[in-house]
Design a binder for this molecule. Structure first.
Ligand SMILES: [Zn+2]
Length: 242
């Protein structure tokens, strides 16, 4: 029994490390997905700001082209006014000039608004762009680290899994099954040492009668509180086992 428990103590030590490594390893894809989602969110904000800016810039350009056309028509009307040979021609040219000037004036008001809006949107877009770029460069750095870490963890897990298999070979099948049943239900720890009557994992007192039985080290026992397999950790049988 003692020899079996000694193997179990060594197995538990390997499993504890494996459990922690596996937990860290399993969390990496989630973190990578989180980074991707945040990157997408910031890219969408940037895209929206850029689209709004493009739209306003296009309207401004359209309006400037229209003003150009109005000015061309104004120049022609002014030429006609100078060369007018009749009252009718004079009045028509004059009316066209007035109309053109009115149109220019109202367009200029709109143009001014568009320019202000464009400026504000430009600032908004620049801010979104900086935010996105900064996030992305940080995210890329973190991704590289996570991928390197994931590879390292994978190798370490593989190595320890081999060690584990070697230890398992020496453990009775029934004991192994019990151990494997408890482990996932107890945060990866199926075995607990008991020192001075206290379970070293759940910190609860073992009743004196049971503690006496445990010290005989002749049968398999469980902690009455946490149900883990227990062994008498103060026994010299376990000295230097790890
Ligand atoms: Zn316990």
């Amino acid at each position: 029994m003692v020899e079996q428990l000694r193997l179990l103590v060594r197995l538990q030590a390997v499993d504890k490390v494996l459990f922690d490594l596996q937990t860290e390893h399993d969390a990496i894809p989630g973190r990578l997905a989180e980074l991707g989602l945040e990157e997408e969110r910031l890219a969408a904000i940037l895209g929206k700001a850029q689209a709004e800016l493009d739209e306003v810039a296009a309207r401004r350009k359209e309006m400037e082209t229209e003003n150009e056309n109005i000015r061309t028509r104004l120049r022609r009307a002014e030429n006609r006014l100078m060369g007018s040979k009749s009252q009718k021609e004079y009045r028509a040219a004059n009316a066209e000039i007035d109309e053109g000037k009115d149109a220019l004036k109202s367009n200029d008001d709109v143009l001014m608004e568009l320019m202000e809006r464009q400026e504000a949107l430009e600032a908004q877009k620049n801010k979104a762009e900086t935010e996105f770029n900064e996030f992305q460069s940080g995210a890329n750095e973190e991704r590289a680290k996570l991928e390197a870490r994931s590879q390292k963890l994978g190798k370490e897990i593989q190595r320890l899994t081999k060690d584990r298999a070697g230890l398992c070979d020496g453990i009775d099948r029934e004991l192994m099954e019990q151990y494997d049943f408890i482990r996932p239900r107890r945060q990866g720890v199926a075995l607990a040492g008991v020192s001075q009557g206290i379970c070293l994992v759940c910190r609860m007192q073992i009743p004196p009668q049971q503690f006496n039985e445990l010290q005989r080290q002749d049968k398999l026992m469980a902690c009455p509180s946490c149900r883990r397999i227990i062994y008498w950790a103060d026994s010299e049988s376990f000295e230097g086992v790890l």
